[in-house]
Design a protein around this ligand. Structure first.
Ligand code: ADP
Ligand code: MG
Length: 243
């Protein structure tokens, strides 16, 4: 499982995460919602050490780390437990679609190119893009590029997938295709944390919803608890604004 205890992140004097604690069971899908600037991205980025947390504990699967003292080996082990899907897909422009997916398999996992290609093609099929294997990212729509970003994240078979607003940079008509792919992965008991503005989607796929504001978790619960019976004024106000 994932256990985060009292995570603190500051940028200079600004406390962006003010003691975040969560527990996520294996296979659970967690949606993180909240206003812009509340620390959602920073929280995900701390989990794979794209940002360095100042305090707290992070455990992902069998890798545990204390933010105040950890070795490079521990850091490396922790970052390998997750794969992140970003708002902007960050694909390699000079590599084909298939090469984008197999890169980590060949470089990080030392899998032979032939086998990596087989795994890569299988993943491209899962996101409906096997026919684009030899194309370059620039020739694809934003939705297709994001689906490749997802295939690439799945390639390394991480303990958990982290999605940071995977559809918010997309044209509206491309959103549903990407959400459908994520939903399909969610249904396979993949552990996922998804920061999203898509409330209907969060309600549909999430086992648990976390509402964040100002670097805190204000409340968390089942989609019904958060969306239908929010307890806190802050949550109610946010849901009224986005709904
Ligand atoms: P969210 O994803 O919920 O919109 P973020 O995690 O991006 O929120 O940002 C939380 C706060 O941290 C914001 O006030 C933002 O301006 C600040 N912040 C994020 N990244 C940095 C950074 N690299 N340096 C300084 N401040 C940052
Ligand atoms: Mg963000």
């Amino acid at each position: 499982m994932i256990v985060v205890k009292d995570l603190v992140k500051k940028f200079k004097d600004l406390t962006v995460l003010d003691g975040i604690s969560i527990e996520v069971e294996r296979g659970e899908v967690v949606a993180i919602i909240g206003p812009s600037g509340s620390g959602k991205s920073t929280f995900l980025r701390c989990l794979n050490l794209l940002e360095t947390p100042n305090k707290g504990e992070i455990q992902i699967g069998d890798v545990k780390l204390n933010a105040e003292r950890y070795s490079r080996k521990q850091a490396h082990a922790l970052t390998r437990q997750t794969a992140m899907v970003f708002q902007h897909y960050n694909l390699f422009k000079n590599k084909t679609v298939l090469q984008n997916v197999t890169e980590a398999l060949i470089i990080t996992k030392k899998i032979k190119p032939k086998e990596a290609n087989e795994i890569g093609m299988n993943l491209l099929e899962q996101v409906g893009l096997a026919h684009k294997a030899d194309s370059y990212p620039i020739t694809l729509s934003g939705g297709q590029q994001q689906r490749i970003g997802i295939a690439r994240a799945l390639a390394i078979d991480p303990y958990a997938l982290l999605f940071d607003e995977p559809t918010s940079a997309l044209d509206p008509e491309l959103v549903s295709g990407v959400l459908a792919v994520i939903k399909e992965i969610a249904e396979r008991q993949t552990t996922m944390l998804i920061v999203t503005h898509e409330m209907d989607f969060a309600r549909e796929v999430a086992d648990k919803v976390i509402f964040m504001a100002d670097g805190h978790i204000v409340e968390q619960g089942t989609p019904e608890e958060i969306f239908d019976f929010p307890k806190h004024e802050r949550t109610k106000k946010f849901l009224q604004q986005v709904g």
